[in-house]
Design a protein around this ligand. Sequence first.
Ligand code: IMP
Length: 198
Amino acid sequence: MIELCFATNNQHKLNEVSHQLGNSFVLKTLRDIGCTDELPETSGTITGNSGQKANYIWTRFGISCFADDSGLEVEALGGEPGVDSAHYSGSRDAQKNMEKLLEKLAGNSNRKAQFVTVFTLVLHGRDAVPVTHQFEGRIAGQILTEPRGSGGFGYDPVFQPDGHNRTFAEMSEEEKNGMSHRSRALAKMIAYLEKQAY
Ligand code: IMP
């Protein structure tokens, strides 16, 4: 069975990913491999940061691994907060980040946005040459004028996916995970992994 380390310290993501990965792979955590380092995220893009984190683990620990990076892209703000989603307001406070977003969009009728996730997979290839692939997932929706719901995290209370009349924060975890950017990207990665002959 393929052993894969998920380069995250977020327990919530670990649970979600291990549930979706099923039993065909052995999922290792950063703690399992003895990594206590802060992973680099300095590239300036979601795709770049995802790659940086996975490549860091591969380079330091030589284990097949994957990493994710996500963000919210708002059309009227030229793709902001994007790679800065986690600390848009200058702090990691989700409430403050949402407030800043709603202030910037005040009076703007274009509320189009999308969540984006990029997974980077680095697989131990032949002769220890790593094989790297990236998988992207998106979900389109609208930014509401005020928050609704208490579930989820981050920008969930102000994001309503297209085709629905509830925000991510008003959905059960299961319902949100069934359509989220992260689960879509992950489904692509799993489909790729399942095609690999080991
Ligand atoms: P990460 O790279 O997955 O940690 O995501 C970076 C930031 O994007 C988070 O701190 C949130 O602010 C935002 N974000 C990513 N995914 C979601 C989501 O599913 N719901 C709400 N906010 C999210």
